[in-house]
Ligand binder design. Sequence first.
Ligand code: CP3
Length: 340
Amino acid sequence: MNSLFLDAAFSKQTERPPVWMMRQAGRFMPQYWEIKNKYSFLEMCKTPEIAADVTMLPIDLLGVDAAILFSDILVTAEAMGGDLSFTQGVGPRFSNPVQTLADVDALQVEVTDRLQYVADAIKVIQQRLDGNVPLIGFAGAPFTVMSYLVEGGSSKDFKKTKLFIHNQPQLAHSLLSKIAKVTVDYLNLQIAAGVNAVQIFDSWALALSWNDYQEFSHRYIAEIISGLNRKDIPVISFCKGSSVFAPVMAEAKPDVISVDWNADLLNIKNSLPEGIAVQGNLDPHILYAEKSVIKREILRLFERMRGQNGFIFNLGHGIMPDIPFDHVKYAIEVVRDFRY
Ligand code: CP3
């Protein structure tokens, strides 16, 4: 197996930084659209052969050092009873948003049977990967998943979610506990099915104040990480807001912290306990720019990180759908050609 990714995740020395990109299996790829035009997004997630086809696209076309399971963070919320749909141009929607005690009570927590399709997809993907590169599984963090359940979809300001945690903190905690329990079971299901690493996505943590982050996000992530069957399986903790919250994220004991693009990555690394690797942190907007700029910015980051064990190259957040495919491919070539 190409163990560059796993070596870096466990803070071992590598000859160059490994590379993968959040949302590498997605809409910026013309080949994604060839599949997407035939099926709905949820059909793609729930059909193991199709999920495997999409997972393999960046391996075959870009040469990244890790595959990420094609799925979505909201499948846990759907399995719990959320009525989820994805509409082009609108994004995810829950037609039955969570507002009351009765809504929280109605959500199920024994849902691994309903997520079996993910385990099936992982098995197909591992056959296709054939030991060449590791497969990253993932789940959403409770706060971020809760925000979709409460808002009924995406939100700019998280107004309903914040009102919910501030006016009904006990109910929010009961919802977060339910999501955390489901998430532990779900990630352990992925590990049992054969993923080689897991990433927890807390994309919208940056909406929270320092105190609210500890109370409504961090403690549930810590609970999840401590519940994982993680022998030889590195755990990556990602959030937008990590340039502020990294020291708190470290207390949950992940192997890797995935950092947004606001911080100097070396300063973050140096501020963390020994043995926690970092992942990141190119501003994804750099991939819109000219190739000379893309190369300069990647090499600038690599010079800064030279001599560090425990560095995985990635973006500070996902690839946007309208970034030119050719630019993403070029960025990955720059990384693959580099040597420390
Ligand atoms: O990274 C990968 O390539 C693996 C697959 C993956 C998807 N979603 C596929 C997807 C992963 C890891 C996710 C995680 C996810 N989903 C997050 C956390 C990561 C992040 O980017 O912050 C979040 C917040 C979601 C929720 C979600 N799913 C949203 C907001 C949307 C709509 C996005 C938009 O701009 O319209 C989705 C849909 C989604 N998830 C798509 C893909 C490829 C697009 C579906 C389509 O083709 O219509």
